[in-house]
Design a binder for this molecule. Structure first.
Ligand code: BGC
Length: 515
């Protein structure tokens, strides 16, 4: 059983953000409207077999046309904050040159609508929808991409800097490099195996240049980036399994976090032959490792690793759910592979449900990075097949997604406990948790087959229906607000009494100012 909303709410510290997340390409649709340019993703998605069921992202959830109704559903949910992404090809078609005014106007309306409803905007600048022209010029294999991202970040900073409370420069570069350039199961569909390494550096450099652009524009919002993190667990005590897990950890976690948080690539990577195959001057490392206001962490699952050839990065069950043949797509490229967790509950994607590893992820981050900025879980959630129950007497629909609800509750609880005083990651200053996702959406190569939403979307009628998890999250937020209000009332009643008889210091400094 998961905790009751009330008991979980009691663990949430003041100032902690509860939010939900989405990304432009997964929800907007309207790909050919109002001057939007093409992105590499829609070209990739149009290739037969690239997406499960050959599903098309053309309409997705139709959020572009339904934005005010969606914001009303966010308001009803009661979230503190909404994480969304700007669509690069909508704002700057072609990836260079002037902005598309109609594209900017959409996000103007979205930001105004959010603020009018008391919802704090968190904006991701790059969530994978690269303008097609930039993909055709080599995409992230081309160092120039980093400068293009920096320039585009400057454009959105100028247009929206006054309203965005939190900025995520770039989302999960690890997934772009692994799925898009090593294995070819995401856009742009390259199967370069280890040859994809330059895409790592160029994305990280793009992140750093985006930070510079945001700071140069003087945006008042907090600035961070988002990496996915999966604790790597050896399959057995066999030293080769341990070594394999260490290699996976290097390639999936440390490769992306070390440069940002320490200014250096891990030594093993620096010693590798491919490291000299592209430019990475010391100045780049300084740009990449600029101090951040927060570090975004996406946590979904741990990974069990065993020695022996395989595709390495993607669990076979997930590859199946994505409809991809990893033997054709770089299979056998690594001397190790991902193993199943036979005893664990698994999601529709085949991902193991292991909330206890949330604490491990936070602990490992704290141990590895002494200068870790405040952390925000920028994504966490699960895909499960949903069943719609119809109540004929009232003609209402109900979606009892207990497993999703439990997943989110257990993971949030694990994160809160681990970072509370006495917890195993107590040094981590955890500032928030964003559920992936607000609504069912276009789940990249898995099309519409992997629903992560708190809101169900009927992809025929585009009707939204709140699931049980939506109502639970709403209750959690209400309980959190009640608990905070009660704490504030107690503090107000007790503090003046406690201060009775305490004399003001001679210098007249305000009592409590330093508390
Ligand atoms: C991505 C999302 C994606 C989610 C579930 C994350 O890797 O940022 O875009 O939908 O995981 O797969």
């Amino acid at each position: 059983m998961h905790k009751s909303a009330k008991d979980l709410a009691a663990l949430i510290p003041p100032g902690f953000t509860l939010g939900v997340a989405t990304a432009a390409f997964q929800i907007e649709g309207a790909l050919d409207e109002d001057g939007r340019g093409k992105s590499g993703w829609e070209v990739f998605a149009a290739k037969p077999g690239a997406i499960v069921g050959d599903h098309s992202p053309a309409i997705a959830t139709d959020h572009y046309h339904r934005m005010p109704q969606d914001v009303a559903l966010l308001k009803q949910l009661g979230v503190d904050s909404y994480r969304f992404s700007f669509s690069w090809p909508r704002i700057q078609p072609g990836g260079t040159g002037p902005v598309n005014r109609a594209g900017l106007a959409f996000y103007d309306r979205l930001l105004d609508e959010l603020l009018a409803n008391g919802i704090s905007p968190m904006a991701t600048i790059y969530h994978w929808d690269t303008p097609l022209e930039l993909d055709e010029a080599g995409g992230w294999m081309n160092r120039d991409m980093a400068y293009r991202l920096g320039e585009y970040a400057g454009l959105v900073a100028d247009a929206f800097g006054d309203r965005v409370a939190r900025w995520v420069t770039i989302n999960e570069p690890a997934t772009v490099s692994a799925n898009g350039y090593s294995l070819g199961v995401h856009s742009p569909g390259k199967e370069l195996a280890l040859g994809a390494f330059p895409t790592v550096h160029h994305q990280l450099l793009g992140h750093g240049l985006a930070v510079q652009a945001l700071r140069a524009a003087g945006v008042p919002g907090e600035i961070g980036m988002t990496n996915v993190y999966s604790p790597m667990v050896p399959n057995s005590i066999n030293p080769l399994d341990k070594l394999s897990a260490g290699l996976m950890d290097l390639g999936q976690n440390r490769l992306y976090a070390d440069p940002v948080l320490t200014g250096k690539y891990p030594d093993v990577i620096r010693a590798a032959k491919f490291f000299s195959s592209f430019e990475h001057p010391e100045e780049d490392m300084q740009i990449i490792s600029q101090p951040l206001d927060f570090y975004g962490l996406n946590y979904y699952m741990p990974t069990k690793v065993a020695v022996g050839p395989g595709s390495g990065a993607v669990p076979p069950s997930m590859a199946e759910a994505m409809g991809s043949d990893l033997n054709a797509a770089g299979g056998g490229a690594t001397p190790f592979h991902v193993e199943a967790w036979p005893e664990a509950d698994i999601t529709a994607y085949g991902w193991p449900v292991k909330p206890e590893y949330m604490a491990v992820a936070l602990k490992e981050m704290a141990e590895r990075y002494p200068n870790l900025p405040p952390v925000i879980i920028t994504e966490g959630g699960a895909s499960f097949e949903d069943i719609i129950v119809r109540d004929k007497s009232t003609n209402t629909r109900f979606i009892p997604d207990e497993r999703r609800l439990k997943y989110i509750s257990d993971h949030l609880e694990a994160a809160l406990k681990a970072t509370a005083p006495g917890g195993e990651a107590e040094s981590v200053d955890l500032r928030g948790y964003y559920v992936w996702s607000f609504l069912d959406n276009f789940e990249w190569s898995a099309g519409y087959k992997q629903p992560f939403g708190l809101l169900h979307v009927d992809f025929e009628t585009l009707e939204r229906t709140p699931k049980a998890s939506y109502f639970w999250f709403q209750e959690l937020i209400e309980e959190r607000d009640l608990a905070l209000a009660a704490d504030a009332a107690i503090a107000q009643a007790v503090v003046p009494e406690a201060l009775d008889g305490i004399e003001a210091p001679d210098d007249g400094a305000a009592l409590g100012a330093s508390a």
